[in-house]
Ligand binder design. Structure first.
Ligand code: B1M
Length: 222
């Protein structure tokens, strides 16, 4: 791996967004993911290489540290922001088809649920894992999920719910989506959910954290 890719990885792992960002304090005054990604592209490094050897390993480290409670939501958010700064430069290459991603992941909170902090983290981690993420936002109706699945054939779907009341809506959404799109993989997550609930409603996978969702999606893509 070239030095610049290692530097990008370090920025993402520790949440160094750009030169102006004072976080983390021991990297103050240094270039961040923003400048380094631009520099790597200017040097002619393949965007796939930047994603595969810069962003993805770093987000994997972050996700695993979070799963082991070695870092917490604020640090993960800073890493996700650094990844976002890097993705800003890479996105045009993926959009044009000059670089490839692993698949499309649709995500939203289910009908009636406005809690989007966890959903946003999952979306950012999955994007950092090499997937194209279509974030449908909050309070997403079953009809909206259906419309989007039709628009992105072969996509995987992520549903998030934080309320015991909206867990019921999640069950209905999974039932309706599976009736229409039996082959579409549906992942679920959110603080009150469990594996048992996942089995009960017929979803394909439950993850208690973003990295579990990334690992599961990657297992489908490989
Ligand atoms: Co609300 N809220 N809230 N709230 N809120 C809870 C969830 C609650 C537990 C608080 C409490 O009473 N102790 C409670 C639910 C109780 C229950 O259902 N049994 C509750 C309630 C009751 C409500 C309202 C009804 C309050 C009211 O108005 N009377 C209301 C409902 C609004 C609605 O959705 N219709 C409401 C509103 C709000 C705010 C708008 C004020 C705000 C949300 C802001 C926002 O998200 N933009 C809010 C907040 C912040 C919370 C708490 C404090 C924090 C939730 C959070 O962001 N956690 C929460 C109490 C608590 O948890 N301490 C609470 C951090 C986040 C990173 O975790 O979302 O679990 P989480 O995501 C995790 C994992 O679950 C997983 O990855 C993330 C990272 O590990 N994950 C997935 C999540 N989605 C995944 C999807 C996956 C995989 C993993 O694959 C697809």
């Amino acid at each position: 791996m070239s030095t610049i890719l290692e530097q990008i990885s370090t920025c993402i792992e520790f949440g160094k967004i750009n030169l102006a960002s004072p976080y983390p304090p021991d990297m103050k005054g240094q270039e961040g993911a923003d400048e380094l990604t631009k520099k790597a592209l200017d040097e002619g490094i393949d965007p796939n290489d930047i994603l595969d050897n810069g962003l993805i390993p770093a987000m994997g480290i972050v996700g695993n540290k979070f799963s082991r409670n070695e870092i917490f939501v604020p640090q993960m958010l800073m890493s996700a922001k650094a990844m976002g700064a890097s993705m800003q430069h890479l996105r045009p290459y993926f959009k044009s088809g000059a670089a490839k991603r692993k698949g499309v992941f649709l995500i939203g909170t289910v009908a009636g649920d406005l809690h989007d902090i966890g959903k946003n983290l999952v979306a950012m981690m999955v994007e950092g894992g090499g997937w194209e993420v279509i974030d449908l936002g909050v309070d997403v109706s079953t009809a909206k999920f259906e419309e989007s699945i039709a628009q992105y054939p072969g996509c995987c779907v992520g549903l998030s719910a934080l309320l015991t009341t909206t867990m019921t809506n999640m069950g209905e959404t999974v039932k309706e989506l599976k009736a229409k799109y039996a082959d579409t993989q549906i992942l679920i997550g959110g603080a009150p959910l469990t594996d048992d609930f996942c089995n009960q409603i017929g979803a394909d996978f439950y993850s208690p954290d973003p990295q579990g969702a990334v690992n599961y999606l990657n297992s489908l893509a490989s």
